[in-house]
Design a protein around this ligand. Structure first.
Ligand SMILES: [Zn+2]
Length: 144
């Protein structure tokens, strides 16, 4: 059984998530050529970055995949704030640090995720890309 996350682990995931967000924002900055409403990122502290909202126009310039990831990062950061980070959205069990390490934006525990993927495969008209991003193989390290 997975254990709930410790405070220290939560802090660690927050750092990881913010770094991911920073990467996307940097890419976004590249695309927008630092034009309009300055995404002034320069050395901004993590707390600011965590709550930074990106406007819709800018979001359309990055790919669907990054946009989706960005939303998930924001969601995950919000969960860290309200203390629900690391809980499976389906069954409420702890997702577990190893899975979160591999995929900090994971919203489902491995059991629920596997089940969801099976359902998606059955109704394969639905792209599996709208949940955990890069799809197959992501959970292969879940050997425990
Ligand atoms: Zn679950």
């Amino acid at each position: 059984m997975n254990k709930p996350l410790k405070k220290k682990e939560l802090d660690q995931f927050k750092e990881i998530l913010i770094e991911e967000k920073r990467k996307i924002l940097r890419h976004l900055e590249d695309i927008t050529e630092s034009s309009e409403e300055g995404l002034s990122m320069g050395g901004g502290d993590s707390a600011d970055l965590a709550s930074l909202e990106i406007n819709q126009a800018s979001l359309q310039k990055i790919g669907k995949r990054e946009e989706t990831l960005l939303r998930k990062i924001d969601l995950a950061l919000a969960k860290i704030e309200d203390g629900t980070f690391g809980e499976c959205e389906n069954c409420g069990e702890p997702i577990g640090a190893p899975r979160l390490m591999a995929r900090p934006v994971a919203q489902l525990c491995i059991d629920c995720k596997t089940e969801q993927e099976n359902v998606e495969r059955k109704f394969s008209s639905r792209e599996p890309t709208d949940d955990d991003g890069d799809g197959a193989g992501e959970d292969s390290e879940e050997s425990e």
